[in-house]
Structures are given as structure tokens and as C-alpha cells.
Design a binder for this molecule. Structure first.
Ligand code: HEC
Ligand code: HEC
Length: 163
């Protein structure tokens, strides 16, 4: 008789588990890249961000920012054999291509030693440079440029000093 009790207990547990699982199956999903929906729903992916605008080079937000790429880079090969970016941005090709040359920092290795060619740690350009898109920020952005921060500080100091 003991086994029967155990069996029914186990069965009861399984049923309870199923009921609980059923209850929780359609919780609302966390709002990530595809906001809304429930855990069991597959919402369609949002459309890909638009191609780079023809806005030209963007102003940097701070001096050490890697500039965003003002042109498309679809199918540009960058691997051990070839680097498409350097066919326009290398020291020898830049003038001909009408492209800005990679800056001097790209010739320094991690020990600040200046090399003859682009340093291996700057070889995979898209590690740092991304194309411009018309994507709207996923999360609100409260970034202030250094000029805005300095302007705010000066204004505060002036207002504070005048009292
Ligand atoms: C066919 C030539 C060509 C190729 C290939 C090319 N670029 Fe460019 N790139 C340009 C030109 C020309 C500009 C300047 C555009 C302008 O002034 O509006 C530019 C601008 C840029 C800038 C902006 C620099 C700044 O100071 O604002 C970045 C960054 C850049 N390219 C990165 C890349 C990367 C990374 C690749 C490879 C994935 C690449 N480019 C491949 C021609 C090229
Ligand atoms: C480790 C990050 C990193 C990688 C990798 C990298 N860059 Fe940059 N790049 C930067 C930063 C940061 C700047 C701006 C500050 C500076 O000039 O060093 C910059 C500046 C530039 C500029 C603007 C130069 C100017 O004088 O206005 C160009 C063009 C550029 N990079 C192209 C490339 C190309 C092409 C590659 C790949 C061969 C590449 N970068 C790889 C970080 C990187």
C-alpha cells in the first residue's frame, strides 16, 4: 500500500507543477529590443535601422571618440587576408580616395611604440567605428558634451557669485 501512497503523492506533485507552469506561462515578457508581448509570444523583430544618412562626417562628442562612419560598409571585407577599409583610409591611399587618413594613434601599439603600418590592435576597424544610422536610442540618453557641462558649470558659478 505504501507504494500507492507514494505514487499518488508524486502524481499530485506533477499535476500541481503543471498547473503552476500553466499559470506562469504567459507572463508579460521583459521589455527588451521587442517591447510588449508575453513570454510565449514571438513578436516580429523591429525593422533594421536605416542606411547611413548622407549627413557627412559627424562632430565628435568628446576628443577620444572614434568617429562614426558616414558611409555604408555592407560587404566590406576585413579579415586576416584583406582590409577593405585600408584601401581608402591607409596612409598611401587616403589622398587618392579623398578619405581621411587613419590618425597617428592607429600606428601606435599597446606599448605606445610607433609602427610603420596600422597596429594590429587597430586592424579590426568596426571594433570601434560603427556606421551612422537613423536608429532612435533604445534607452533614454542624457549624455552631455563637455562644452555643455562646462557651460552649465560657468552659469552656476556666475549665478552663485552674483548673489
Ligand atoms: C571607397 C573608399 C572607402 C572605403 C572602402 C571606406 N571608407 Fe571610410 N570614408 C571614405 C571617405 C571618402 C570618407 C569621408 C566622407 C566625408 O567626408 O563625408 C570616409 C569617412 C570615414 C570615417 C569618418 C572619419 C571622421 O573623421 O569623421 C570613418 C570613421 C570611416 N570612414 C571608417 C571606415 C571604415 C571602418 C571602413 C571599413 C569598414 C571604411 N571607412 C571604408 C572612404 C572609404
Ligand atoms: C581600438 C579602437 C579603434 C580601432 C580598432 C580603429 N579606430 Fe579609428 N579611431 C579610433 C579613435 C578613438 C579615433 C579618434 C581619436 C584618434 O584620432 O585617435 C579614431 C579616428 C579614426 C579616423 C579619423 C582620423 C582623423 O584624423 O579624423 C579614421 C578615418 C579612422 N579612425 C579609421 C579607422 C580605420 C580604417 C580602422 C581600421 C583599420 C580603425 N580606424 C580602427 C579608434 C579606433
Amino acid at each position: 500500500m505504501k507504494w500507492l501512497t507514494l505514487l499518488s503523492l508524486a502524481l499530485a506533485l506533477v499535476v500541481a507543477g503543471l498547473v503552476i507552469a500553466e499559470e506562469h506561462r504567459d507572463d508579460s515578457a521583459p521589455d527588451g529590443l521587442r517591447p510588449g508581448g508575453t513570454l510565449s509570444q514571438s513578436l516580429p523583430a523591429p525593422p533594421l535601422a536605416g542606411e547611413p544618412r548622407d549627413a557627412g562626417r559627424e562632430v565628435l562628442n568628446y576628443p577620444e571618440q572614434p568617429p562614426v562612419i558616414p558611409h555604408g560598409i555592407r560587404d566590406y571585407q576585413v579579415d586576416a587576408r584583406a582590409n577593405r577599409c585600408l584601401t581608402c583610409h591607409s596612409r598611401s591611399e587616403a589622398v587618392q580616395a579623398g578619405a581621411p587618413m587613419v590618425s597617428i594613434s592607429h600606428f601606435r601599439d599597446r606599448h605606445q611604440q610607433v609602427l610603420a603600418a596600422v597596429s594590429p590592435d587597430r586592424y579590426f576597424c568596426t571594433q570601434c567605428h560603427v556606421p551612422q544610422t537613423d536608429a532612435s536610442p533604445i534607452v533614454p540618453n542624457t549624455f552631455l558634451t563637455v562644452d555643455e557641462v562646462l557651460g552649465d558649470m560657468l552659469r552656476e558659478r556666475r549665478d552663485g557669485g552674483g548673489q
